[in-house]
Design a protein around this ligand. Structure first.
Ligand SMILES: Cc1cc2nc3c(=O)[nH]c(=O)nc-3n(C[C@H](O)[C@H](O)[C@H](O)COP(=O)(O)O)c2cc1C
Length: 363
């Protein structure tokens, strides 16, 4: 289904983060357990430009954990890519640079957003938001001085509704030399639920002069347009909206530039993306490891298919690449009904909610 809209947002200028010039204002988010090399590669084939690694523990990296080193893998086509570091110890972060500088990363991002208790209880991730912003200023400053790469930080609006600190933290990061700031418009206590506070992101944008990237509920072209309009942000990060949807970047760009997008993929397009993704996983993790890992991605692709559920249950026990391929082929041959990619999100999050100008969401 093609949809047209009259009021389109035109991003003011291409996104520039330090020395990195981008042609689009969209970024593939860091996602633990998701944003590996196969996932990034698949999204790049469909139009993504800048992507991030999942968060990498600075401590594990500094101590040479092999598993953590594997998470840093990038390929010749996986550029530009930013590495996201998790840590609150300036020395530990600086120690990782000996490794990071040997690899072709374009950016270093510091995670001050992870809500997981195991992380925050150590004062890392969103735990940093409970500290005096001076602490973040020191942390960012130490890394900025120790690297030639642009340094960015990803934060949340605050720890909870009573401590919305994004503006203070953004100021601190900017004065320490951060090249951009990404704000997930939820508090740590909200984790991934509840409404995104676009007003808080807009306040950060009004306060700092570095680029502001918005994160939160980037599930559809219209939701992303709304985020640009209501926050004035310079870029939007796509996270859960990219799961099972490698077309997210091209759809959003098409919508921002032409006012139209396609809300539906054919079953053969979906199955072809699944085959590609499975292939990439198996190349990277080996046949068994790649197939087992791909199971969770299968469920995200299947979410958009009417009878997807019965296939989801079947793939839980599949461990061979050939068997997984056979299920995907069977799915394609069954030619089930494909659901619109974005309609349900727009209905739930947009059409019921007036925008900041009081306009109804639907066109
Ligand atoms: C499975 C999962 C893993 C995530 N891992 C990270 C991470 O490693 N680093 C990070 O900064 N944010 C992480 N996030 C948060 C996302 O980058 C993003 O900020 C958040 O999901 C809000 O965007 P959305 O509502 O559009 O999904 C993760 C989110 C999900 C769903």
């Amino acid at each position: 289904m093609n949809r047209s809209f009259r009021h389109l947002y035109t991003p003011p200028e291409p996104l520039r983060i330090g020395s990195l010039q981008l042609s689009m204002p969209l970024i593939l988010a860091p996602m633990a357990g998701i944003s590996d090399l196969p996932f990034r590669t698949l999204h790049r084939r469909h139009g993504c430009e800048l992507a991030f690694t999942e968060m990498i523990s600075a401590r594990s990296l500094a101590y040479g954990s092999r598993q953590t080193l594997t998470m840093l893998s990038i390929s010749d086509t996986d550029r530009p890519v930013g590495v996201q570091l998790l840590g609150n110890d300036p020395d530990m972060l600086v120690r990782t640079l000996d490794i990071i500088h040997t690899m072709p990363f374009s950016l270093i991002d510091i995670n001050a957003a992870c809500p997981v208790p195991k992380v925050t209880s150590r004062g890392e991730g969103a735990g940093l938001l409970r500290e005096d912003p001076k602490r973040i200023e020191r942390l960012v400053g130490v890394v900025v001085r120790a690297t030639h790469l642009p340094v960015t930080i990803k934060i949340r609006t605050g720890w909870d509704d009573d401590s919305l600190v994004a503006v203070d933290v953004a100021r601190a990061a900017e004065s320490a030399g951060a090249a951009a700031i990404c704000v997930h418009g939820r508090t740590r206590m909200q984790r991934y639920g509840g409404r995104v506070n676009r007003g808080a992101i807009a306040e950060v944008k009004r306060t700092v002069n570095i680029p502001v990237i918005a994160s939160g509920d980037a599930f559809s072209p219209r939701l992303i347009l709304r985020t640009f309009e209501e926050t004035g942000c310079d870029g939007v990060m796509i996270a859960r909206g990219a799961l099972g949807n490698p077309w997210a970047f091209q759809d959003v760009m098409q919508y921002l530039t032409t006012g139209e997008y396609s809300d539906r993929r054919s079953i053969s397009e979906i199955c072809s993306a699944m085959h590609d993704h499975l292939e990439l996983c198996c190349e990277y993790y080996g046949e068994r490891g790649g197939t087992v890992l791909f199971r969770k991605f299968f469920t995200w692709y299947a979410k958009g298919i009417k009878t997807g559920r019965q296939y989801k249950e079947r793939v839980f026990s599949v461990t061979e690449q050939a068997a997984m391929k056979a299920v995907i082929c069977e799915l394609e041959q069954a030619n089930p009904q494909v659901l619109p990619l974005y309609e349900a999100y727009d209905k739930e999050m947009l059409d019921s909610m007036p925008d900041s100008h009081g306009r109804a969401g639907s066109s």
